[in-house]
Design a protein. Structure first.
Length: 74
C-alpha cells in the first residue's frame, strides 16, 4: 500500500480515499484501515507542517460528499 496515502489520527492509520479542493479549502475523505471508521477532514499547511481538522458542519460535509459522489459517477 502506498504510504503517502496513509495518515495517522489519534494513533490509528487511515487511508486517504479522496483528496479534493473546494472553495480553496483542501478536504480529505479518510477511512480507517479496518474499514470501521471514516472522517472528512480539512488539511492546512502551516509553516511547512500539514495539519488536519475534522469537519463538524453537517451542511458543509454533505456538500463535499455530494461533490465526491458526482466525481465518482463520472
Amino acid at each position: 500500500m502506498n504510504k503517502s496515502r496513509i495518515i495517522e489520527l489519534s494513533g490509528e492509520e487511515y487511508l486517504i480515499c479522496n483528496d479534493l479542493v473546494v472553495d480553496n479549502i483542501n478536504y480529505l475523505y479518510v477511512v480507517s484501515l479496518d474499514g470501521s471508521k471514516f472522517s472528512l477532514l480539512t488539511r492546512k499547511n502551516v509553516d511547512g507542517v500539514d495539519t488536519v481538522e475534522s469537519v463538524t458542519d453537517e451542511n458543509l460535509a454533505k456538500r463535499v460528499f455530494e461533490i465526491i459522489a458526482k466525481q465518482e459517477n463520472n
